[in-house]
Design a protein around this ligand. Structure first.
Ligand SMILES: [Zn+2]
Length: 93
């Protein structure tokens, strides 16, 4: 994501609270940007965790053994999660 979009979102937030960048104390806009970035990072991490631990992907059959669709390492048939990376397995898909 480019910085430009964040700039727009910060302006939108400021507008919502009826303030402008000019009326803010020095560094306040930067601190707000930093906070928004932190929330964005957390949301991304949470999304990655959901994808890994909560959403199933079908294991890949390779040379007669089942392999994890995420990390590619061998998984035991009918195990609920990959032993190596924790990816949830979808055997019924
Ligand atoms: Zn794995």
């Amino acid at each position: 994501m480019g910085a430009g979009k964040w700039e727009l979102e910060i302006d939108a937030v400021l507008l919502k609270f009826g303030v402008t960048r000019e009326s803010l104390q020095e560094n306040a806009a930067e601190e707000l940007a930093s906070s928004l970035q932190d929330y964005h990072d957390l949301a991304q991490q949470y999304s990655d965790m959901m994808t890994r631990f909560c959403y199933e992907d079908k294991p890949v059959r390779r040379s007669g053994v089942w392999c994890c669709p995420k990390c590619g390492k061998r998984v035991q048939y009918n195990h609920t999660h990959c032993h190596w990376c924790g990816k949830k397995m979808g055997w019924r898909q």
